[in-house]
Design a protein around this ligand. Structure first.
Ligand code: ADP
Ligand code: ZN
Ligand code: ZN
Length: 743
C-alpha cells in the first residue's frame, strides 16, 4: 500500500498538543519518512516552520486531502536516539493503552522549567551542641519559625528548599536572618552529581576471574545467538551460579564495539553491594539511576549520557529509556520481578518494552533469573527466546535442604501460634550454634482469602480458579468475574469452625519469637521499619554485621544482600501468597519460596529452610521443596491454558473508578455492551465486571472487567475502539479508565 500520509506530533512537552496532526508526504520525500523521523513542517495560521516527529504512517487521509499540508523537509539529523524513543513511545501507547503524552513522558524525561526554584538546600552550619543552645534562646523568645526549622535540622542536617517552605512554612526572611547569623547555610546545587560518589571512582579491580565451564558454555551460546541474529536470551541460573559474571563478559564485548549498555535491576536489589560489583569492573563508565530522582534529575543524568560521559547505566525499570546513541545491550536481571511492570499509565512491562526497543535499535536483550517468569519461559519453549541454563552454585556451595511443615498437624497438636514445633526446634539449634536465622512472612496479596485451618480448604471461585476474598459487605467475592457467596461459619469440607481469613503481621511474628526466645536479638524489616532514606540498607547492614540473631521481614528480605551466617530460613505462611486472588498467585509463591530458601547457606556453612503451609501437597510448594522449576512450570502452564490466562492467552483488564457507585456501574454496563457489539472473534471472552480487590480507595469505587483472547491484535483493536468510545461519550466524564494488558 502506498503510504502517503504521516501522523506527526509537533511538541513533545505540551499537554495541550496531545494529538497527532496529519501531513502529506510529498513525492520527493517518499521513502525518507518513517516512524521516528524528525521532519520540518508548516504549522499554524502563519505556516511557521517547526519540528515534528513522525509516529506513524497511513495511506488514507483523515480529512479533505486538499487541506492537508505537506511536510517541508526531513530534518538533517533525521533519525536520532530521541526519534527512536518517540517511536518506542508510540509502540507503548499502542500496546498498553494511554494518551500519547503519557507515553512520551514515560520515555522522554522533560526538562523541568521551574527547576531553578527547587535547586537549593538548607544545611545546619553549627554543631549539635551549638544548635541546642540556639534552640534554647529561640524558645525563650518564642521565635516559632526559627524553632521549627532548627528542630528539623537537628533531626536531619540537610533539608530541601521545597520541604522548608512548603512543609515547615518558614518565611524567606527567617532563612536569610539565620544564614546571616551563621546558624544555617543555603546551598545552591547546580549539575547533578555522580550518584555513586566521587571517592568510589578510585576503586577499580582489573583482574577478572576465569569463568567456570558452565558459565563459559552459556557465554558462548549467547554470543552464537547474537551472531545468528539474536533472539532475546534468557539465562535461567540458580542463585550464586554466576549470572552477573556472564553479564559482565557480555557487557565488555558490547563496550568494545563502541556500543552502550543498560542494566535493569529491581530497585530493592539495587544495593550498594550490587552496584559496587559493576563499578569495580567498569569504573566511571557506570552510572546509577534510581526512582527517587525527579524527572529533572533524570534529565540531567540523560544529558551526561548523551554527552558520552557514561557507557553503562544501572537502574530500575525507568532506566530502560536511557537515551544512549548506540545502544548495544539491555540486561534485565531478576526478570521475573513484579516491579518491572509500571504502576502508572501506561502500564508497560519493562521486559516486553526492552525487546521492542532492542528491535528498534538493533540492541541485544539478555534476561536472567533463578525463577523465570512463566511468560519468559513460555516464550523459550515456543522458540521466540533462547534459553540458557546454569545449574550449579559457584564454588560448590550446595542449595539448602528444605522441609515442609504441615500446619494442619500443628493445630491437631494444639499449637495455634505462628511458629510450628519443628521451626521452633530449628531456630533453637541455630541460636545455640551462634548462627543467624531469617523468618519470612509474605504479605503480598494479603487481601483476606478464606481458608480452613483444620483441613486447609480454600474457598475459590467456581469459574475463575482464584480464591474468593472477604468483602466489607460481609460476602465473599471473586475479583475476576464478580461471583459472590455468603461468608462461611464452618468448613464445607470438614465442618471445622476454624475457617476465616489468615491474619499475621511481622509484628505479631516478632512478638511470638520473643516469647519463645527471649534471649535472641531480633530485627524487623517491613514497610514500617524501612521508612526514611536508608532504612532498608541500614537494617540489612545491621543484620550482616551480626547485630541481631533473627531477621523477621516481608518479601524485602529475600533480595540483594548475601548473609554468610544465615543457616536457617523459615517461611511462616507460604499460603498467604498461594491463595491471593490473582491468577499469578502460584507463580509468585514458587518464586518467593525459591528465593527465600536461597538465602540460607550462602557462605561456608550449609543451610536449611522450613516452609510452613496448610497445603504441603500443592504443586508450587512441592516444586519449591525440590527446587524443580520444570515441574512447577508444567503444572502451571496447564492451568493457564485451561483457564485462558496469559501467556497462553491474552488478558486485557479495563479498570474503572468513580466517586459515585451508580455512575460507575452504569459506565461498566455500557462498556460491556459496547464490547459485545464490536467483538468479532468467537474466542473472545468477557469476564466481569467485578469489584477490584481493593474496592474503594479514598472514596473512589473501583471495578474491573476482563477480556480474554488468543489474539493479541484483536484485544488491541478493541481497546482502541473503546478508548474512542469513552472519549466521545460524555457519560464517562467522571469515570477514570485505565487499561492493563497481560498484567
Ligand atoms: P548470580 O548472579 O547468578 O546469583 P553471582 O554472579 O552473584 O551469581 O555469583 C555468586 C558468587 O560467586 C559471587 O560472589 C561471584 O563473585 C562468585 N563467582 C561466580 N562465578 C565465579 C568465577 N568464575 N570465579 C570466581 N568467582 C565467581
Ligand atoms: Zn476444613
Ligand atoms: Zn470468578
Amino acid at each position: 500500500m502506498n503510504e502517503r500520509y504521516a501522523d506527526i506530533i509537533v511538541d513533545i512537552t505540551h499537554e495541550k498538543l496531545d494529538r497527532t496532526f496529519q501531513y502529506q508526504i510529498p513525492p520527493e520525500l517518499e521513502g525518507r519518512v518513517q516512524a521516528g523521523t524528525r521532519v520540518k513542517i508548516p504549522f499554524g495560521g502563519g505556516n511557521r516552520i517547526i519540528d515534528g516527529y513522525v509516529i506513524g504512517l497511513g495511506s488514507r487521509p483523515k480529512y479533505e486531502p486538499a487541506k492537508i499540508k505537506k511536510i517541508a523537509a526531513v530534518a538533517e539529523d533525521g533519525i536520532t536516539v530521541e526519534t527512536r524513543l518517540i517511536t518506542l513511545a508510540a509502540w507503548i501507547r499502542e500496546t498498553y493503552g494511554s494518551t500519547m503524552i503519557q507515553a512520551l513522558k514515560t520515555v522522554v524525561p522533560v526538562k523541568d522549567k521551574k527547576k531553578a526554584k527547587s535547586g537549593r538546600r538548607i544545611l545546619l552550619n553549627v554543631d549539635q551542641l551549638q544548635a541546642a543552645s540556639w534552640l534554647e534562646q529561640f524558645r525563650r523568645r518564642k521565635y516559632k519559625a526559627k524553632i521549627r526549622l532548627l528542630e528539623a535540622l537537628v533531626e536531619r542536617p540537610e533539608l530541601t528548599d521545597e520541604y522548608v517552605s512548603k512543609e515547615l512554612k518558614i518565611p524567606g526572611e527567617t532563612l536569610k536572618s539565620l544564614a546571616e547569623q551563621g546558624i544555617i547555610r543555603l546551598e545552591q546545587f547546580t549539575v547533578y552529581r555522580n550518584p555513586i560518589g566521587e571517592s568510589d571512582v578510585l576503586v577499580q579491580e582489573k583482574e577478572a576471574p576465569g569463568l567456570t565451564a558452565e558459565q563459559k558454555e552459556v557465554l558462548d551460546g549467547i554470543l552464537r545467538e547474537w551472531e545468528a541474529g539474536g533472539r532475546p536470551c534468557l539465562i535461567q541460573g540458580i542463585t550464586g551460579s554466576g549470572k552477573t559474571l556472564v553479564y559482565m563478559e557480555l557487557i565488555e564485548k558490547v563496550l568494545l564495539e563502541g556500543r552502550q549498555v543498560i542494566i535493569l535491576i529491581p530497585e530493592i536489589a539495587l544495593t550498594w553491594q550490587t552496584v559496587q560489583r559493576f563499578y569495580r569492573k567498569f569504573g566511571s563508565l557506570v552510572t546509577v539511576l534510581n526512582s527517587k530522582m525527579s524527572p529533572a534529575e533524570r534529565y540531567d543524568q540523560f544529558e551526561r549520557v548523551k554527552q558520552g560521559e557514561v557507557q553503562i547505566v544501572i537502574g530500575p525499570r525507568s532506566a530502560l529509556f536511557t537515551p544512549f546513541p548506540r545502544l548495544g545491550l539491555i540486561v534485565i536481571d531478576e526478570e521475573h520481578e513484579n516491579s518491572y511492570r509500571s504502576e502508572g499509565t501506561p502500564r508497560y512491562h519493562a521486559r516486553e518494552t526492552a525487546i521492542a526497543r532492542g528491535k528498534l535499535e538493533g540492541a541485544h536483550v539478555v534476561l536472567g533469573s533463578a525463577t523465570p517468569s512463566v511468560d519468559a519461559y513460555y516464550r523459550c519453549r515456543q522458540g521466540s527466546y533462547a534459553l540458557f541454563q546454569m545449574k550449579s552454585r559457584y564454588g560448590g556451595a550446595v542449595l539448602p535442604k528444605v522441609y515442609p511443615v504441615d500446619m494442619r498437624e500443628e493445630l491437631k497438636k494444639g499449637n495455634r501460634t505462628v511458629l510450628s514445633g519443628p521451626l521452633q526446634e530449628a531456630i533453637g539449634l541455630r541460636l545455640r550454634a551462634g548462627e543467624q536465622v531469617m523468618l519470612f512472612l509474605n504479605r503480598r496479596g494479603y487481601a483476606g482469602f478464606i481458608s480452613c485451618r483444620a483441613c486447609g480448604h480454600v474457598v475459590k471461585c467456581p469459574h475463575c480458579d482464584v480464591s474468593l476474598t472477604y468483602h466489607n459487605n460481609g460476602r465473599l467475592i471473586c475479583h475476576y468475574c464478580g461471583f459472590e457467596r455468603e461468608q462461611l461459619t464452618s468448613c464445607p469440607e470438614c465442618g471445622s469452625p476454624y475457617i476465616g481469613g489468615f491474619r499475621a503481621g511481622t509484628q505479631q511474628v516478632e512478638q511470638v519469637v520473643r516469647k519463645f526466645f527471649p534471649e535472641a536479638r531480633t530485627l524487623r524489616m517491613d514497610a514500617d521499619t524501612t521508612r526514611g532514606k536508608d532504612g532498608y540498607e541500614r537494617i540489612l547492614k545491621a543484620f550482616s554485621g551480626g547485630e541481631a540473631d533473627i531477621l523477621i521481614g516481608t518479601q524485602m528480605i529475600v533480595k540483594g544482600h548475601d548473609f554468610p551466617k544465615v543457616t536457617l530460613v523459615g517461611v511462616i505462611a507460604a499460603d498467604v501468597s498461594l491463595f491471593a486472588s490473582d491468577y499469578r498467585a502460584a507463580e509468585r509463591t514458587y518464586q518467593l519460596l525459591v528465593q527465600a530458601v536461597g538465602r540460607a547457606g550462602r557462605g561456608e556453612l550449609p543451610g536449611e529452610a522450613v516452609i510452613q503451609t496448610y497445603h504441603p501437597e500443592h504443586y508450587s510448594i512441592q516444586a519449591a521443596l525440590s527446587q524443580d522449576y520444570e515441574a512447577f512450570y508444567e503444572e502451571e502452564i496447564g492451568s493457564r491454558e485451561l483457564m485462558g490466562y496469559p501467556p497462553v492467552s491474552n488478558l486485557l483488564a479495563v479498570h474503572a473508578s468513580c466517586d459515585r457507585e451508580d455512575t460507575l456501574q452504569n459506565a461498566m454496563e455500557y462498556i460491556r455492551r459496547y464490547l459485545i457489539r464490536i467483538r468479532r472473534r468467537n474466542d473472545l471472552q468477557l469476564v466481569g465486571p467485578a469489584p477490584e480487590s481493593v474496592a474503594k480507595v479514598q472514596d473512589y469505587y473501583r471495578e474491573v472487567l476482563y477480556l480474554k483472547s488468543g489474539e493479541e491484535q484483536e484485544l488491541i483493536r478493541m481497546r482502541e475502539l473503546l478508548e474512542r468510545y469513552i472519549e466521545i461519550n460524555r457519560g464517562f466524564a467522571s469515570v477514570h479508565i485505565q487499561f492493563d494488558f497481560n498484567a
